[in-house]
Design a binder for this molecule. Structure first.
Ligand code: SF4
Length: 85
């Protein structure tokens, strides 16, 4: 079954746990910890959809689906598991 990665998908976007938190945590400055954002992503029900969206749209900034841009670039999250969270 294909995952719907439409940005306008109201289902996954509405359920984004980060929408209830500080958005700055998901766009840390260079050298800042990503731990807080990853901890939230690990509990997010739409993590898979979020990560698929970021991979499909080649997002190069921010934490998406619990992965940093570098982790996404390395191919983490393309396999069935979601990498470390
Ligand atoms: S996986 Fe993380 S970045 Fe994606 S919607 Fe959930 S909390 Fe937000």
């Amino acid at each position: 079954m294909a995952t719907d990665v439409s940005f306008l998908d109201p289902v996954w976007h509405r359920e984004a746990l980060c929408a209830e938190t500080d958005p700055d945590a998901f766009f840390p400055d260079r050298g800042e910890s990503t731990r807080a954002a990853k901890r939230i992503c690990a509990q997010c029900d739409v993590r898979r959809q979020c990560l698929d969206y970021a991979l499909a749209h080649d997002h190069r900034f921010g934490i998406w689906g619990g992965l940093t841009p570098r982790e996404r670039h390395r191919g983490e999250g393309r396999q069935p598991g979601l990498g470390h969270g």
